[in-house]
Write a protein that binds this ligand. Sequence first.
Ligand SMILES: CC(C)(COP(=O)(O)OP(=O)(O)OC[C@H]1O[C@@H](n2cnc3c(N)ncnc32)[C@H](O)[C@@H]1OP(=O)(O)O)[C@@H](O)C(=O)NCCC(=O)NCCS
Length: 175
Amino acid sequence: MLQQIASTRLVRPGDLGAISALHARVFGPGRYARSAYRVREGKAGTRSRFCRLAEMGDRVIAALRLTEVTIGGTQGAVLLGPIAVDPQFAGQGYGRRLVAEALEDMKANGVRLVVLVGDELYYGRFGFRPVKPGQILLPGPVDPARVLAVELQDGALACYRGIISACPGQKTGDG
Ligand SMILES: CC(C)(COP(=O)(O)OP(=O)(O)OC[C@H]1O[C@@H](n2cnc3c(N)ncnc32)[C@H](O)[C@@H]1OP(=O)(O)O)[C@@H](O)C(=O)NCCC(=O)NCCS
């Protein structure tokens, strides 16, 4: 039998139920304590135009959420996360593909810096490096060694210092 290949695309409002269900399967109830959720907490509408997913037929098998943020009040940055790949499809390159495509999209659309809380072992391949401890702050407890950033414009990191806050006016979604 031919193996079906997943396709990727930008998230649409009608996808949000399937993405929430994927997050619930991958992260369980602990997902609400994750840094990216805390950044968006209390802000109505924080799903950015960059969010992507992978689907096989009509089944969402991976989703990457991105949130436009200010850092110390400066615009032009995006917070990456969470990324979730259906365990049945883990290790098949879907996570890598979504991140690589989203970085390309954001660069083409003027984003200067992408920040996340995660594992350098995984994200280092895309150019993410640890940020100097204390330079970029998130609400709630975060291991400073896991705060990583990649510049999409040369020298961008030096322009950002302070607390991350979700930009208002992005579309609503629970994913
Ligand atoms: C982590 C995750 C996003 C990776 O996506 P994926 O599609 O399974 O992985 P890919 O096929 O893109 O990449 C596989 C590679 O990543 C590595 N990898 C996978 N998870 C990793 C992790 N947590 N830390 C470091 N490396 C990891 C694999 O060893 C493999 O390495 P290789 O390319 O050198 O062989 C996915 O497995 C997942 O959703 N996990 C559960 C949720 C989670 O932890 N999300 C991340 C925090 S928001």
